[in-house]
Structures are given as structure tokens and as C-alpha cells.
Design a protein around this ligand. Structure first.
Ligand SMILES: NC(=O)c1ccc[n+]([C@@H]2O[C@H](COP(=O)([O-])OP(=O)(O)OC[C@H]3O[C@@H](n4cnc5c(N)ncnc54)[C@H](O)[C@@H]3O)[C@@H](O)[C@H]2O)c1
Length: 371
């Protein structure tokens, strides 16, 4: 078993989840250095999490030119992902890249292709693929255990108050973040299409900005048509109560249905066969025999599962469960949603030309003026 040297670029909110993963995976990962523009904050975070002897840099290029690192976690604002990920890959470093992969479909495709060219892994921070039972359900849905899939839905009611958006200048901006769909819902869209095992061929969408004082959307809805003929419906919002967060996925099939998700931090599972009988315990048992109790603990911090998968994929030269293609295709689908809302009609997927989140600048202002 190899032990890999790891570094973090960006020591904000999500970096804490990465640090928790390193604490759990000490036999596989050694944190050697971190980089953040705010070095004092980085120092404080490391101390709070009990990490000692970790070097701190303000300049990530200097860090990676100095330290020998096998894996780099990129946990900076989304608008910086492309530049930093390109730098890491060109230095021959595997990356764990937070979602969304980039803010542009062509830049995401470039990263996917660059990773192949330099033969390095990109593991995406698409946490939902790492929840227990999800992988087993994907196999069973794919193998026809539930029959033909008719449609799937996701709702991500991930309430954030204005204080969350005011906590950093990049949040809720088209250039660096996007809104409730690009930030809070992209990994849910990724999971739904992965479970339904089909690609989106078109999308029709609407966006709204109802409660939060931000540039981008706080409510978004979309209907996607999939290659298989099934339909997928998405609802994503941050304009709900911050203390009542919910992310729920449902897939309906000829011979049963699957619903899973989180509500107020608690898991929810409802798997039924064609006669309406619950299969919940069958799937819990399947997960226990496949991954043991440990695999259920990944629900508490899915980043541990992402790192475990990444180190195994480096060891065995396989692709991570949430790989570079997942990063690219989810960004393309998400930008298709934005483009459809902007143009007021359905758009074909994958997009046939470059579209980036910045192309949405002025979207709400223009609509308000027209209204
Ligand atoms: N997978 C998940 O569950 C999940 C959850 C939250 C956030 N995210 C993603 O993680 C990323 C970061 O989100 P966050 O909430 O932690 O943001 P944050 O604002 O809390 O942290 C970002 C950090 O990056 C630092 N930074 C900015 N520019 C830098 C640079 N050039 N070099 C080094 N450090 C730099 C900032 O100082 C800050 O400490 C976003 O892309 C977000 O979408 C993913």
C-alpha cells in the first residue's frame, strides 16, 4: 500500500472536510503543505484540526515548485479551479478538484483531456456518488433489476441565508460561483444522470432570484430529456430555511422505485419493488456485505470515501468513481441549463460551443428591465 504526500490549495470551509479525511486515512495520506492567501487563517485551521509540521505558503505555485507532492486538493473559489488544476496537472500531480470542475464547458473538457494526456487522475468533489448504497443501486438500475426507467427527479433545497453569501465576495457571483444550481446542485445533477445511466440530450430551464441579494439564481428548475428517452427533473434552491436542508433523489421504474437523500442531516431511504414492498433492509445488508460498517461512516464525511477511491485508483491505475469525465459532463449540463434560461428555449446537449457562467452576467437585470 502506497502512502501519498498531499497538499491543499485553499483553506476555507470545505478544506475542513479534507482535513477530516486525512485524519481518518493516516496510513494512506500525509499532509505536507497548504496554501492560502490568508496564511493566518490556514495556520489556525491546521491547529484546530491537530495538524503539526505542515508548511504554509501564500503562493501555491511556490509551494508546488518547492514541495514534493503526489496529490493536490483544490478547494479555492470555483472561478480559480481551471487555472490551478491546469498548473497541478502540468506539474504531474494528481488532483482532488472541488465541484464545479470549472465555470466553462470548454475549459472543463480541456482539463478532462489534459488529465488523460499527462496520465494523472482527477477525482471530483461530487460527494453524492460516495454515499453508501448509491453504488449498488447504480449497478442494479443498470442491470435492469428495476426494469425500464421512466423518469427521475432531484430536489436540492439547500437553504443559505444572506450571511452565507456575504461571507465571501465570490459567493453568488456569475464569474466565480454561479447560484443555487451551479454551486449547491451540480453534484446532485451528476448523481441523478449517473444513476439513470444515460446522457442528457436536451434541457429546458428557468431561473429566478427571489430572496437572496446575489448576482446569480437562488431558485432554478429544469427538465432534461435523456438519450434513453427517460426524463429528469431538477429543482435547486438556496432560498429555503438554512436549518431545514434537504437533498432528495427519486427514480421511477417499471418494476419499482428508488428514493434516497438527506433531510436535516439525516439519511432517508425508500426503495420499493414492483409490488410496493420495501427493499430498504435488502440494500442495507448488501452494503454491509460489500463495504462493511466502515462504508456507512463515509456518509458522515464523503470526502473520506473520495480520497480512499482516489488513492486506490492511483495504486491500480483505474478511474475514480467521480472522475474527470463526470466533472466535465456535469458542467456542460449545468451550463446548458443556464443557456436555456438565458435564451428562453430548449438547448441541445452536449453544448456545441463554448458557454461559461460569466455569459450570464446581466441576466436578471435584463429580464427585470424587460418586465
Ligand atoms: N464538495 C462539497 O461538498 C463542497 C462543499 C463546499 C464547497 N465546495 C467547493 O469548494 C470550493 C471552495 O468553497 P469554500 O466554501 O471552501 O470557499 P471559502 O471561501 O470558504 O474558501 C476558499 C479559500 O480559498 C482561499 N483562496 C482564494 N484564492 C486563493 C489562491 N489563489 N491561492 C490559495 N488560496 C486561495 C481563500 O482565502 C479561502 O480561504 C468551491 O469551489 C465550492 O464550490 C464543495
Amino acid at each position: 500500500m502506497n502512502r501519498y504526500k498531499v497538499a491543499i490549495i485553499g483553506c476555507g470551509r470545505v478544506a475542513e472536510k479534507h482535513l477530516k479525511a486525512y485524519s481518518k486515512l493516516k496510513d494512506r495520506l500525509e499532509l505536507v503543505s497548504v496554501s492560502d492567501l490568508d496564511m493566518d487563517h490556514a495556520k489556525q485551521l491546521l491547529a484546530e484540526r491537530g495538524f503539526t509540521g505542515v508548511k504554509i505558503y501564500s503562493d501555491y505555485e511556490e509551494m508546488l515548485n518547492t514541495e514534493k507532492v503526489d496529490i493536490c486538493a483544490i478547494t479555492v473559489p470555483s472561478g480559480l479551479h481551471y487555472k490551478i488544476a491546469t498548473f497541478c496537472l502540468n506539474k504531474g500531480i494528481h488532483i482532488l478538484l472541488e465541484k464545479p470542475m470549472t465555470m466553462s464547458n470548454t475549459q472543463s473538457k480541456e482539463l478532462f483531456e489534459l488529465a488523460q494526456k499527462v496520465d494523472k487522475k482527477i477525482a471530483m468533489g461530487h460527494i453524492y456518488r460516495y454515499f453508501p448504497i448509491v453504488g449498488i443501486l447504480r449497478e442494479d438500475l443498470k442491470n435492469g433489476e428495476f426494469g425500464k426507467i421512466t423518469h427521475g427527479t432531484i430536489c436540492v433545497r439547500w437553504g443559505h441565508g444572506q450571511d452565507y453569501y456575504d461571507s465571501a465576495a465570490w459567493r453568488g457571483t456569475w464569474k466565480s460561483d454561479g447560484g443555487a444550481l451551479m454551486n449547491q446542485s451540480i453534484h446532485a445533477i451528476d448523481l441523478l444522470l449517473w444513476l439513470m445511466d444515460s446522457k442528457a440530450v436536451s434541457v429546458t430551464a428557468k431561473l429566478a432570484r427571489r430572496l437572496r441579494n446575489i448576482e446569480a439564481e437562488d431558485v432554478g428548475m429544469a427538465v432534461m430529456e435523456l438519450e434513453s428517452g427517460a426524463l429528469a427533473m431538477l429543482e435547486g434552491t438556496t432560498a429555503t430555511l438554512p436549518n431545514d436542508k434537504e437533498a432528495m433523489f427519486s427514480i421511477f421504474c417499471e418494476n419499482g422505485s428508488v428514493s434516497l437523500g438527506l433531510k436535516k442531516g439525516k439519511p432517508s431511504l425508500n426503495i420499493r419493488n414492483g409490488k410496493g414492498r420495501s427493499l430498504n433492509f435488502k440494500y442495507i445488508r448488501k452494503q454491509l456485505s460489500k463495504g462493511g460498517f466502515k462504508s456507512f461512516s463515509y456518509a458522515l464525511n464523503p470526502h473520506t470515501g473520495i480520497y480512499m477511491d482516489l488513492v486506490n485508483s492511483i495504486d491500480n491505475n483505474t478511474q475514480p468513481i467521480a472522475d474527470a469525465y463526470a466533472g466535465y459532463s456535469s458542467v456542460d449540463n449545468l451550463l446548458g441549463i443556464y443557456k436555456s434560461a438565458k435564451e428562453g428555449h430548449s438547448v441541445a446537449l452536449p453544448l456545441d460551443s463554448e458557454f461559461c457562467s460569466e455569459d450570464m452576467i446581466g441576466f436578471f437585470e435584463k429580464n427585470e428591465n424587460n418586465g
